[in-house]
Design a protein around this ligand. Structure first.
Ligand SMILES: Nc1nc2c(ncn2[C@@H]2O[C@H](COP(=O)(O)OP(=O)(O)OP(=O)(O)O)[C@@H](O)[C@H]2O)c(=O)[nH]1
Ligand SMILES: [Mg+2]
Length: 319
């Protein structure tokens, strides 16, 4: 599922494009017309109305179809849209595009008839001006909706692309403990890794191949420790855990400022998702052997990538 929606411009942009293309079309036609002034004026005004109608119609139709069909989304994406975007407003704004399209088509039809029937040059020009006024006013009425759609597009652009037909493993734990590094070691993904917390601003996804099958890994940022105060990325991570993950890898880090007590508490919270959890201890290369061994004695924990892959594959076989 991809949410690559093209940029949505301001209403004045579409208006400018439509009007200037209409003027261009009319002026191209003008020199070739060998008829009297009245006929010429009628033909050119109608040409402009048609051009404006065509352009705006296709622009607005494109906006509507560039958004996914919200009735056909998986549970994860439906919840995601509803959680991070004002869903009602989004539906309303897409509806407004349709309204605008119809209004423009109606006015175009009406003014074409008016112009066709008129035999007065000044009145034809007045109709032309009136028509532009009507179209501007329609665009003005949907300008807030266009802005809202652009805002939504920017949010949806960062939606993760999660496949819903693959066995999926979520990598969880506190910030800066090595989740993304782990993802890049297990999968062929090349995500950004930095030496400070909260590097991961969107969900990184990677794939591990086993024979002809693929296992999907999601690197979930944020602490997921504060359900009521979650920001957007944490909400997305939470929903991915709830709806997409079949199991989790929980990463412990004994080198970081986060206390073991807090890390244990987060693990306990994650158990509420009721999914198999494998525990992995990161950064063992900079821990002394005794610390690692003591921790291993007290906790069922994996410390190397191969064993971790093996444990994941075991769960995958049971799935
Ligand atoms: N020595 C050592 N450093 C590691 C290891 N894993 C990660 N690091 C370092 O720890 C820092 C954080 O690693 P990330 O993989 O970005 O951690 P993260 O949990 O994804 O961080 P956020 O996305 O900010 O939550 C980086 O400087 C890494 O190079 C490891 O196994 N050994
Ligand atoms: Mg990360």
């Amino acid at each position: 599922m991809s949410f690559e929606i093209p940029k949505i411009e301001k209403s004045t942009f579409y208006l400018d494009v439509a009007f200037s293309r209409a003027r261009k079309k009319a002026s191209e036609k003008r020199s070739g017309l060998k008829v009297d002034r009245l006929k010429k004026s009628k033909t050119l005004e109608i040409e402009k109305v048609d051009a404006i109608n065509d352009i705006l119609n296709s622009k607005l139709a494109k906006i509507i179809t560039s958004f996914p069909n919200f009735d056909n989304l998986t549970e994860f994406y439906t919840e995601l849209v509803k959680t991070v975007i004002e869903y009602k407003e989004l539906k309303k704004s897409l509806g407004a595009m349709n309204w605008g399209k119809n209004k423009i088509a109606d006015f175009s039809k009406i003014y074409k008839v008016k112009i066709k029937r008129c035999n007065d040059l000044d009145v034809i020009r007045r109709f032309g001006k009136e028509y532009y006024g009507r179209i501007s006013s329609v665009l003005k009425q949907i300008s807030k909706n266009l802005e809202f759609l652009e805002e939504s597009r920017r949010i949806m652009r960062d939606f993760p692309s999660i496949k819903d037909n693959l066995f999926t493993v979520a990598i969880t734990g506190f910030p800066n403990i090595g989740k993304t590094t782990l993802l890049s070691k297990i999968t062929s993904s090349k995500p950004e890794i930095k030496a400070y917390a909260f590097t991961t601003k969107k969900l990184n996804i990677g794939y591990m191949k086993k024979d002809y099958k693929k296992i999907q890994f999601i690197d979930t940022p944020g602490t997921l420790n504060r359900v009521n105060k979650m920001n957007n990325i944490e909400r997305i991570a939470y929903l991915a855990l709830k709806y997409c993950a079949h199991m989790m890898v929980y990463v412990y880090d004994l080198t970081e400022p986060y206390s073991l007590k807090d890390q244990k508490k987060l693990l306990k919270n994650l158990k509420d998702f009721d999914k198999p959890i494998i525990i992995y201890l990161s950064k063992t290369d900079i821990l002394d052997k005794k610390t690692v061994n003591d921790f291993k004695k007290k906790n069922k924990v994996i410390t190397d990538i191969d064993s971790l892959k093996e444990s994941v594959l075991k769960e995958f076989k049971n799935y």
